[in-house]
Ligand binder design. Structure first.
Ligand code: SAM
Length: 249
């Protein structure tokens, strides 16, 4: 998968060199290209923002550098490469969910446009929305100073879904929100050795060796945790994914 990120703070994307994403890059599973938006400015101060039409506080990112940057990046695709999906981080976008991460993980090429100030001149989304799949995405109901942290969040969520990136391909099958055996519920608690720690025991069922009882226990824990922390997920749960025992729990 190819990922391009255009930003005025390229150094903010340094974490893409470490851990899971860094290893995926080193193995050639991810081709990550971080670009400095100011490369596509032509004045002495490398200006990327201006005052908002209509007045009001804050500055707005100018359309010209974004247009030149995106045109050049789009033109750099290999002749046989599909068009990228353009991901525009914004608090006013659609919520970023595991389902959207799965959708984006199926794309061969993603281009991210993390903004600063009050965001990017609207005409940029209109312009590229007329020829590309453009997704305006929010990572949560709060406002950050810039879109770089949202890009780190989205890239990590997408990268771990790519084939061969996680050591164990089954690892994300039972994750919270996964549609598989957990039917979109939150994952319950997990334990490892030692069996006693500060007087606290692990649940006996986990050392019973009884796979059916362990699966049932995990499922009950997932339901209990979801009811407490995210009752909305129970409401939204596909009833086919819940069995009779679940409904009685
Ligand atoms: N005035 C904008 C609003 O209220 O919608 C907020 C602009 S914010 C200060 C600057 C940039 O940070 C946004 O354009 C976006 O790129 C990024 N950003 C901030 N919060 C975000 C969030 N929750 N999800 C995604 N991107 C976010």
């Amino acid at each position: 998968m190819r990922l391009d990120v255009v930003t005025i703070f390229p150094e903010y994307l340094e974490p893409l060199n470490v851990s899971l994403v860094g290893k995926a890059r080193a193995r050639g599973q991810l081709d990550v290209r971080v670009h400095d938006l100011r490369t596509w400015t032509h004045d002495r101060h490398h200006t990327v923002d201006d005052t908002p039409y209509g007045g009001g506080p804050g500055m707005v990112m100018k359309p010209e550098p974004w247009g030149e940057a995106l045109d050049e990046i789009l033109a750099s695709g290999a002749p046989d490469q599909d068009e990228p999906v353009l991901v525009v981080p914004t608090p006013s976008g659609r919520p970023f969910t595991q389902a959207l991460a799965v959708e984006l993980a199926a794309a061969p090429w993603l281009v991210f446009t993390p903004a600063r100030y009050e965001g990017i001149d609207r005409r940029v989304v209109e312009e590229y929305g007329s020829r590309l799949d453009v997704r305006e995405v929010s990572i949560g109901d709060y406002v950050l100073a810039g879109g770089e942290a949202p890009v780190l969040v989205m890239v990590e969520a997408v990268a771990r879904l790519l084939p061969g990136v996680l050591g164990n391909a089954e690892s994300h099958r039972d994750d919270s929100f996964a549609p598989g055996s957990m039917a979109g519920l939150l994952e319950g608690p997990v334990y490892t050795k030692p069996p006693q720690w500060r007087g606290r025991e692990i649940p006996e069922v986990l050392v019973s060796g009884h796979h059916g009882r362990i699966a049932r226990w995990r499922r009950d824990q997932a339901l209990a945790r979801t009811s407490t922390h995210r009752p909305d997920l129970i409401e939204a749960c596909d009833p086919v994914g819940l069995d009779a025992h679940d409904r009685a729990t």
